[in-house]
Design a protein around this ligand. Structure first.
Ligand SMILES: Nc1ncnc2c1ncn2[C@@H]1O[C@H](COP(=O)(O)OP(=O)(O)OP(=O)(O)O)[C@@H](O)[C@H]1O
Length: 297
């Protein structure tokens, strides 16, 4: 994603005299942003996501800076005359891959989501969960610059839900912007750069990254780099807090779901970083040592 997607004074209503579902909405999505959208049922979250995804146009206002976008809709059409693999290969070709490359990527993604066994199943015969995996894979396959996920975790099994969290962390670390709605408040906890609430047809900024209270499991990772080295940008993006207790040694805290991305970024950096320790943080009910007391030990 080269530049920002901007919604300027955007409004949307259905029908000439329908009530305004959204009005006066301003939103800027920058590369690598992870943005959560929340709000009660029927307030306009899906309407907003369809505008952000570019599959709907505003009744008033402007949307500029459209990047290459992929979208997982709240309801994915299943009655398509393809097998899962046939459908995904077709989409891969639409996104510019050769047929063999598209089929290979589709199979790899289906495998990652535990659905490789259903590759040759006609779409109309897939279970709800497998069909949702195809919905997610069609979006990831496109290697978009902006990924829009409307309740994409709904219907996935636990392993696939985790895999999607991992994929989102990987994509955002690579500069893809992700805008998502999910009914589970702990989804990607601690990771969003911003959380917006749709309320009274407007969009309120509820929390920015610095103020977000992570509630999911956290990890603490201690790493050593060369003296004076800054954490690589890809790694820094995943962390909630970081300190340098002594020169060259960094202690970072991050959502456990992002640890793979952090470790990969550190180990593939040039020169690579040395990982000293990785530990799951104690549950929030146990007192946690403050950075101050730790550094005095
Ligand atoms: N295609 C449409 N035609 C007419 N009205 C629509 C259309 N899509 C949405 N609406 C109306 O717009 C309002 C907002 O709907 P939307 O689906 O965007 O809300 P939501 O917050 O995503 O809801 P939910 O949490 O239930 O998914 C609702 O009153 C809905 O009935």
């Amino acid at each position: 994603m080269q530049r920002d997607l901007r919604l300027d004074n955007v409004g949307r209503r259905y029908g000439l005299r329908g009530p305004w579902v959204l009005r006066g909405v301003h939103l800027t999505v920058t590369p690598g942003d992870l943005i959560r959208v929340e709000g009660p049922n029927g307030t306009g979250k899906s309407t907003l996501l369809r505008l952000v995804a570019g599959i709907d146009t505003p009744t008033e206002g402007r949307i500029t800076g459209r990047p290459r976008t992929a979208y997982v809709p709240e309801r994915f059409p299943t009655a398509l005359p393809f097998t899962a693999l046939g459908y995904l290969t077709h989409l891969g070709k639409v996104h510019g891959l050769s047929r063999p490359a598209a089929a290979r990527a589709a199979l790899e993604w289906l495998d990652r989501f535990g659905a490789a066994a259903h590759a040759r199943t006609p779409m109309a015969q897939l279970s709800k969960g497998s069909s949702q995996k195809v919905a997610v894979v069609q979006a990831l396959l496109a290697e978009p610059e902006l990924l829009v996920l409307d309740e994409a975790w709904t219907g996935l099994d636990a392993a696939a839900r985790e895999e999607l969290e991992r994929a989102v962390a990987e994509r955002t670390a690579d500069g893809t912007a992700v805008v998502f709605v999910d009914h589970d408040p702990s989804r990607l906890a601690g990771a969003p750069d911003a959380t917006y609430t749709v309320r009274d047809a407007g969009l309120d900024l509820r929390a920015e990254r610095a103020a977000a209270q992570p509630v999911g499991p956290l990890m603490t990772v201690v790493v050593q780099g060369t003296r004076g080295a800054q954490l690589p940008a890809d790694a820094a993006r995943t962390v909630i807090s970081a300190e340098e207790p002594e020169p060259g040694t960094h202690r970072v805290t991050l959502p456990a779901s992002h640890s793979d991305v952090l470790l990969r970024a550190l180990l593939t950096a040039r020169p690579p970083w040395h990982v000293v320790s990785v530990s799951q943080d104690p549950p929030a009910t146990e007192p946690r040592p403050t950075p101050d007391t730790e550094s005095r030990r």
